[in-house]
Design a protein around this ligand. Structure first.
Ligand SMILES: *Cc1c(COP(=O)(O)O)cnc(C)c1O
Length: 394
């Protein structure tokens, strides 16, 4: 009896487990894969066209154009808008690397501004303060699955005649004022990396827009700037979406809203349990800003007073998976040294990097696993209080 109990408690709790999702739909996925092999049409083609139609419909966008990754989507989007050499794009330093690297790859300069400490998203006032005559675009990142304060960004973009390129890589299905990520700027970029809310069997990406001219250019740029018959009107990329990816993604897209609901339920349950445990003086729960649908690609808490690494150690010792997104803000990355940023320049982003901790929140997270996570987090916080250490890290 005791033996089985301790065995059960020793079973690792993975940060993310993609196996149950596949198991639940393996026959459908394998049938879709088999169809592609039977037809032997592996690049673009009908599966991709159908996925593009379905994603466009899902986001309520007029056009969707598939490509090789979320990173490529961002690069192609910037190029299609004519943004490059000498242009500045304002974005957040608290994001995945590709947000900023895509701007460099397009030949432009990323200009970082600080974030709002509550949502971890771009601070619109900081955006406006950073505008120069060279600013061409704003790249808001809907971080962890929650849309940015678009109303303020729209006002700024309109006033200064700027494009908005949504980095919606973590936010498929997220909503702002009832409209989905994907239609909140000039163009939006999605990633189908396997751990995103809609994940493929490898790399994949998508761009959405309502602008027919832009859609045409995006489509052309993903295939070497080819307009057909080996006529190249500009130098594009080789960034096509595979039929296999599209076939898998089409099967999974039908479940996406169910999965988003499950992610929200996980988040609600964490919130209830942490509140019940009375530990909100040590951790800060994620906050959903007004008029949003948060799709929780990540469920991130803040650990106050420098105790994040201690909590991480505690979870690790109990074999509970967790992760830090992101441990080093982009303005402090070595590859951006030439941009001239320094430590202390973006205090909210730097504090977020020190405090943030992502807990398991994938849709199939077993209730038992979630209870173990909650117990471990609560145990750590109670211990801190008991020893009088909750104020600051020892
Ligand atoms: C995943 C991600 C990307 C890049 O997507 P890939 O498909 O991995 O290239 C870009 N931005 C953000 C915010 C992401 O989370």
């Amino acid at each position: 009896m005791t033996y089985t109990l301790s065995l059960a408690n020793d079973r690792p709790v993975p940060f993310i487990d993609l196996v149950p999702q596949f198991n639940a739909m393996s026959s459908e996925i394998m049938a879709a894969v088999e169809k592609v092999f039977t037809e032997q049409k592996f690049i673009l083609g009908d599966e991709v066209t159908e996925l593009e139609r379905e994603i466009a419909e899902y986001c309520d966008a007029r056009f969707a154009i598939g490509c090789n990754s979320g990173t490529d989507a961002l690069i192609i989007a910037l190029q299609a808008l004519g943004i490059g050499e000498g242009d500045e794009v304002i974005t957040t330093p608290f994001s995945f690397f590709a947000t900023a690297s895509s701007i460099c790859r397009a030949g432009a300069t990323p200009v970082f501004v600080d974030i709002d400490p509550v949502t971890f998203n771009l601070d619109p006032q900081a955006v406006e303060d950073a505008i120069t005559p060279r600013t061409r675009a704003i790249m808001p990142v809907h971080l962890f699955g929650q849309c940015c304060d678009m109303e303020s960004l729209w006002r700024i973009a309109q006033k200064h005649d700027l494009e908005i390129v949504e980095d919606a890589c973590q936010a498929i299905g997220a909503e702002y004022q009832g409209r989905r990520a994907g239609v909140l700027g000039s163009v939006a970029c999605f990633s189908f990396f396997p751990t995103k809310n809609l994940g493929g069997a490898g790399d994949g990406g998508m761009m959405t827009t309502d602008d027919p001219e832009l859609a045409k250019r995006l489509k052309c740029l993903r295939v070497h700037g080819d307009v057909g018959q080996y006529e190249h009107i500009e130098v594009g990329m080789n960034s096509r979406l595979d039929a296999l990816q599209a076939a898998v993604l089409r099967v999974k897209l039908r479940q996406l809203d169910t999965w988003s609901d499950l992610r929200q339920q996980n988040a609600d349950r964490y919130g209830e349990k942490f509140r019940e445990a009375g530990i909100l003086e040590t951790i800060v729960l994620p906050k959903i800003a007004p008029q949003r649908r948060h799709v929780f690609n990540q469920y991130c808490i803040r650990v106050r007073n420098g105790h994040r690494d201690g909590l991480m150690q505690q979870l690790k010792s109990r074999k509970i998976g967790c992760a830090v997104y992101y441990p080093k803000p982009l303005h402090l990355q070595q590859c951006f040294k030439s941009l001239g940023y320094r430590t202390g320049q973006f205090p909210e982003s730097e504090a977020a990097s020190r405090d943030i901790l992502a807990l398991p929140s994938y849709p199939e997270l077993p209730t038992n696993d979630q209870s173990r996570i909650v117990d471990a987090v609560a145990g750590f916080c109670h211990e801190l209080r008991a020893t009088g250490h909750q104020r600051r890290a020892a």
